[in-house]
Design a protein around this ligand. Sequence first.
Ligand code: AMP
Length: 282
Amino acid sequence: MIVVRSIKKMQALSRKLASEGKKIGLVPTMGFLHEGHLSLIKRAAKHSDAVITTIFVNPTQFGPNEDLNKYPRDEKGDLRKIKQAGGDIVFIPKATDIYPGDFQTYVAVEGITKTLEGAHRPTHFRGVTTIVAKLFNTTRPDVAVFGLKDYQQAMVLKQMARDLDYPIKIIVAPTVREKDGLAMSSRNKYFNPEQRKQAVCLYKALQRARTLVKNHRMTKTTVLSRAMGQIIRTICRTAEIDYIAFTDFESLRPVKKVKKNCICSLAIRLFGVRLIDNMKMM
Ligand code: AMP
């Protein structure tokens, strides 16, 4: 496995791979890898000849009061896991190379970044699209794999790839969960064992909504949201709900009644940690 730390070297390596006719797969991450990330690497390997995993805790996607400085890191462990998962190349750029002092160009998707996460984290998606555009330019992938766990992010990046004519196939891979259903996340590490137990409330609430839709034909999203709120507060008394939203999967427009292709997304603060999750309702 090759570890590359310089942008120039990464560009040269991607060009060389392309000139040899190799298909490149890209998996961007912020490190502290878990099985969810590794599933993306394995998926990318099925669609390419060389998988580039990137590790970069991207400062521009964090808001001023978010967890940039305490975001967990474990480069050694990450390299071991990537190797085991079948990764070929790991790109670990420095923040000062990605954003030099005179950096002043950003990529911003409009419309669909204004709702859900974007409404609560106003500069977040601009940071995401800027870093992913830069990674696309540096690694020139044929395929890039993102997780459905960050559903809106995946849709925003698909939109960016379409709008900016990146010739890249974007694959969105399913969410990998812990045994109790909690979506794997690097941020789960922040919880102590008791808090971690309560963090299952996001999954339980989504599951409850889906059960109400499937088994009880309950489709009114106001009623479903209320039922979800109850579950969340029963499991974690101090949980703060940022939003529970039912939207059309493609357009991200809110829906009043659940129908085909409707996804429920939610963001919750638990013990100072902000978690997101989502589930298709039908
Ligand atoms: P992150 O390191 O959190 O920025 O995530 C890097 C990539 O891994 C993104 O495409 C995420 O959507 C994806 N990802 C994070 N958690 C999971 C999970 N539990 N299952 C599948 N993919 C995930």
